[in-house]
Design a protein around this ligand. Sequence first.
Ligand code: HAM
Length: 436
Amino acid sequence: MIRAVRGTRDLLPPETETWNFVEARARELFRVYNFQEIRTPILEDLQLFQRSVGEETDIVSKEMFAWEDRARAQSEKGQWLALRPENTAGVVRAYIEHKLWERPGLQRFYYIGPQFRRERPQKGRYRQFYQIGAEVIGPSAAGSESPVVDAELLEMLASLLDGLGIKGWTLELNSVGCANDRPIFLEALRNALKDVVGKICVDCQRRYETNPLRVLDCKVPEDQPIIEGLPKQSDYLDESCRTHFVEVQKVLTALGVPFVLNNRLVRGLDYYTRTAFEFTHGALGAQNAIIGGGRYDGLSESLGGPAAPGIGFAIGEDRLVMALQESGAVPVSVTDIYIAPLGAGMNIHAAVLARELRKQGIVITVGDETFRLKKSLETASKTGARYALILGENEVVSGQFALKNLATGEQVSVVRKEIFSNISSAARDPYSAEER
Ligand code: HAM
């Protein structure tokens, strides 16, 4: 048997209902915050990720699905391609390629789609996973550096999680500084690490050489006392980064968005500057980051574009769905009416009635042609239908239909025109807020 590739999986109904529900909610939220959808290719030039996410990061150095594509001519070399491990780089590439800075004001984009990282699969971690992300980008003159932009983005995320009924999330916030103060902090960190490098875990010894910032992210219990004693980014922020960070916090407080400061929060991608954040959720186990994001004020320039400060986030949709399942608030789709045609001649009548009712938005399943009342009612119950409608010759002739409420067993006789009003008084829209 051929199975799905390690770290990838099929999303099956009814779980796909929850995915669609989450995406519909996110799209609705993006609409009111004036974000528009962008779709970039899943395949990109490998260099894009090397120059943005960073060659020394785990994502690029260890986790990319990348290969040399076939050359167009024998004399040429093939181009190195990669399946995107994240979407920010692709969005900024598109921003530069299509000169989107020529459009007025700030650009607000969102995306929903698969990303690929060759990580060790475990609960909440896949090699093909899905992100719902957004980016705000534009020239400084359009206000792209404003701390209000950061706070608004975070407030939007808090609204999404709250609106979905997800309880127990924590927003962890940090400022990772900028090109001005980063070298000074890195030097202080390297100096401090020099004395203790022999005592920290092997991974951290490697990080000490390649990317000392990542040492701060170490989870090994024995390393914690050492890491606690290392210099803190917050003590090295330059004046403008410090003021920016304070402003972000002030606006968040005014908006009523709770957060905790975590000065050891370093993100696994190199492009970040200033505000960096993660939303974590207790019920998710080791992979508890449900959302990650931050500012990337120099990214456009490092990819050959104009100065275009930006900030964004990506929600791990797989993890968001898990959190929603934990909270028990998942939508279910049900058949409203199961139409049971009793007799071969009834098939056409059933099809016509089904068409009429579906046009009114009622979910219909047409029966299985067994033409036996008892069997039909059993099937209707098994499939979870709310009502069964018996359709025999008598019904067609008289125009009166027997409508049976399968939960209560109550049966009423209704005329064709009244079917809709009869069931819609109790109609349920699985996506409506009242239902949740
Ligand atoms: P990230 O922190 O690498 O950031 O990923 C964001 C979220 O994607 C994580 O918090 C997690 O929920 C989910 N995620 C990451 N890897 C996996 C995986 N292997 N399996 C399941 N879920 C995963 C970014 O990707 C940035 N592009 C976010 C961003 C946008 N920053 C600025 N703009």
